[in-house]
Design a protein around this ligand. Structure first.
Ligand SMILES: C[S@@+](CC[C@H](N)C(=O)[O-])C[C@H]1O[C@@H](n2cnc3c(N)ncnc32)[C@H](O)[C@@H]1O
Length: 193
């Protein structure tokens, strides 16, 4: 988990991706909205065949350079999730801290496309900000999940992990306190048939 952090100064792998390793074994994976690649590089180091995907190509060069230096199996692609047209099937799809930047009206199609493009028995891991009655979201996110909303999208899948927990943003409120929100974390497995 700390390898790329220490060697290349990267942000630590998202804890949900690390936790998913108890369940998901090396397979064909895509990191959607990969940013600087902290999750994609970690998965490649763990033996996954990884596509690192983001609509902003600025992180791709760094990922490609590290992948080459470390002899890791990572492809990079520029892809806008709002298009909802993932081009091939994967066993494991990861989207951490990305859905809150997507177009609200596109979310149903984006999730349907992810589900369709996941192989039977494969997994989706999503972490995103919520807007709930107890923790209303005042951040300028384009999309937030409501209570149980993500779980309902995945009806029929096996929920390996599902929690809607309070987390702190780096941003602070008028009193200088970190803004708190609920975040949904879901690891779900698609039925075999
Ligand atoms: C907060 S960063 C998270 C990056 C990475 N998932 C992580 O956990 O380190 C959000 C990422 O979502 C990407 N993103 C935002 N909108 C997107 C879209 N429509 N399609 C693909 N990526 C998008 C941004 O470019 C950015 O890299």
């Amino acid at each position: 988990m700390a390898y790329f952090q220490q060697k290349y100064g990267m942000t630590a792998t998202h804890s949900a991706v690390v936790a998913a390793m108890d369940t998901v074994k090396p397979c064909k994976a895509i990191d959607l909205g990969c940013g600087q690649g902290r999750n994609a590089l970690f998965l490649a180091l763990k033996g996954f065949d990884v596509t690192a995907s983001d609509y902003n190509p600025s992180g791709m060069r760094v990922i490609e350079d590290i992948a080459e230096a470390e002899d890791l199996a990572i492809r990079t692609e520029t892809y806008d999730m709002n298009v909802a047209a993932i081009g091939e099937n994967y066993d494991f799809m990861v989207a951490t801290v990305v859905f809150m930047f997507l177009m609200k009206e596109r979310v149903p199609s984006i999730i349907a496309n992810m589900q369709e493009r996941t192989n039977p028995g494969g997994y989706n891991l999503i972490v995103s900000a919520m807007d709930t009655a107890d923790y209303p979201c005042h951040m300028p996110f384009s999309f937030t999940f409501k209570e149980n909303e993500l779980k309902n999208y995945y009806a029929g899948w096996t929920l390996i992990d599902y929690k809607e927990e309070i987390g702190s943003m780096h941003a602070r409120d008028a009193n200088g306190n970190p803004i708190q929100l609920r975040f949904v974390t879901m690891l779900a497995q698609k039925p075999m048939s």
